[in-house]
Design a protein around this ligand. Structure first.
Ligand SMILES: [Zn+2]
Ligand SMILES: [Zn+2]
Length: 156
């Protein structure tokens, strides 16, 4: 298992044009990669990077716009993004107190090591996940508990 250290808080980040900035004031709950086809589409890339946090721990500049859609797991999902440059900052599921920052928006991404991979059933074939990594074919059914425990062990 690869180890890493969470930088000194707050973690800061923002969109591409600079209009929206945010500060995360508590340690993230977990960091993982999502290989679902919706993450592939909204990142226009191979996977989404999710840094999970509690809403009350995030200060974000006003002005984000949102869109909603039904997820592959049948829940209403909301995404918030900059109205000027279109970069998605964070998203979450209806009724959940936990949300995900799109981790590529952090000012410092050098310390990120994923604790797991979800929706590997639709991952791009050129992505190779090591045997000792935690991976799920679809949505974890344990509420991300195993992944959170691994994240705690990884980040000390
Ligand atoms: Zn922007
Ligand atoms: Zn996804």
């Amino acid at each position: 298992m690869r180890k890493t250290s969470v930088p000194v808080l707050p973690l800061t980040g923002g969109c591409q044009c600079g209009r929206i900035r945010y500060r995360l004031n508590a340690r993230p709950l977990v960091f993982y990669l999502c290989h679902c086809t919706e993450c592939q589409r909204h990142t226009s890339s191979a996977f989404g990077e999710s840094l999970r946090f509690r809403r009350e721990d995030l200060d974000v500049d006003p002005g984000l716009v949102s869109m909603s859609r039904m997820s592959e797991s049948g829940k209403l999902r909301h995404g918030w993004f900059c109205p000027d440059c279109g970069v998605r900052i964070w998203h979450g599921t209806e009724g959940s107190p936990e949300f995900n920052i799109k981790a590529g928006t952090l000012d410092d991404t050098s310390w990120l090591v994923p604790a797991g991979h979800i929706w590997c059933g639709s991952k791009q074939p050129f992505i190779h996940i090591a045997d000792d990594e935690l991976s799920y074919d679809a949505q974890p059914t344990d509420g991300y508990e195993a992944m959170k425990l691994r994240w705690q062990a990884m980040t000390g």
